[in-house]
Design a protein around this ligand. Structure first.
Ligand SMILES: NC(=O)c1ccc[n+]([C@@H]2O[C@H](COP(=O)([O-])OP(=O)(O)OC[C@H]3O[C@@H](n4cnc5c(N)ncnc54)[C@H](OP(=O)(O)O)[C@@H]3O)[C@@H](O)[C@H]2O)c1
Length: 262
């Protein structure tokens, strides 16, 4: 029997490319997001190219009620879930001088509670059958508090810690809990970044690494290797050095934003 994967945020970017990669490997799909037209396009693209079952469903991950409906729709179509890929996420860079409480609320609602809602919905299924994989998409940005991204970085470190605890606690139930930590990937999320993103990779390449790692049952999928090493170094850099480095970077950013770039 074909394996089935449920993906959030499948209308574009990493979620869409993971859907295509899973379809290429013969998985049946249950794809979710809020944008119906974009989801429909992904479904058409997949059905035209691959002989797999593909269902789409409108789901706002922040709504537990939406998740309950998604659960019903999923089990109406399939009897078993093999992989739950909790990928949907947002990033809205805001500097502290423009502090916006709602930015923090929205980011945490999507990047943390959006994931927890999914776990709340499907964990009992995995526990009951004592098998399956839950994969969450965190980020290498969980390494340190980067400037302009405090809401995003803090949401991702929370998610990475949740994943670390869950992986240990669920291991003896034969449930794999995978933390995926990408570096910069070319998607609509990063398109708004004004700065040069080191080792930016294509979403097709990134999703291949993600799906490879999920199939191998890795605990953590951090990539690309070079950014992973750099962020590890940054993580362990003494605070006063880190502060100097990042302050210089921040000043350069603000100068170029004000048109004073050298
Ligand atoms: N791109 C990178 O460099 C990078 C690096 C590290 C980690 N990541 C992480 O990778 C994941 C995917 O990012 P991406 O780069 O592919 O971003 P993206 O192109 O902006 O796609 C984000 C996806 O999330 C969905 N989404 C957002 N809010 C949602 C909500 N409330 N309910 C349901 N779906 C929602 C969007 O779909 P709808 O708008 O249709 O709902 C969209 O499909 C995120 O968790 C992100 O933090 C990305």
């Amino acid at each position: 029997m074909k394996k089935v994967v449920f993906i959030t945020g499948a209308s574009q970017g990493l979620g869409k490319h993971c859907a295509i990669e899973f379809a290429n490997r013969g998985y049946d799909l249950f794809l979710t997001a809020r944008n119906y037209d974009a989801l429909k396009q992904v479904e058409t693209e997949i059905k035209n190219k691959y002989k797999v079952d593909c269902e789409i469903f409108l789901l706002d991950v922040t709504s537990l009620e939406n998740w309950r409906h998604a659960n019903d729709a999923f089990f109406h179509r399939y009897s078993n879930l093999d992989i739950l890929l909790l990928n949907a996420g947002i990033s809205n860079p805001v500097w502290f001088e423009n502090f916006d409480l709602n930015n923090f609320r929205d980011t945490y609602e999507t990047n943390i509670f959006g994931i927890l809602n999914g776990i709340d919905t499907f964990l009992s299924h995995f526990l009951q059958k004592q098998s399956g994989t839950i994969a969450v998409v965190s980020s290498l940005a969980d390494s340190r508090g980067f400037v302009g991204s405090s809401s995003y970085c803090s949401s991702k470190i929370a998610l990475s810690y949740i994943a670390e605890s869950a992986a240990i606690e669920l291991a003896d139930k034969n449930i794999k809990f995978i933390n995926i930590r990408p570096g910069f990937v070319r998607t609509n999320m990063t398109a708004k970044n004004q700065y040069k993103m080191p080792f930016l990779m294509s979403p097709a390449r990134a999703s291949k690494i993600m799906v490879d790692g999920i199939e191998k049952g890795k605990d953590i999928i951090s990539f690309p290797i070079i950014t992973n090493i750099l962020t590890k170094i940054i993580k362990h850099t003494p605070r006063f050095i880190y502060q100097k480095m990042i302050t210089r970077w921040k000043d350069n950013q603000q100068n170029s934003a004000n048109g004073n770039g050298r």
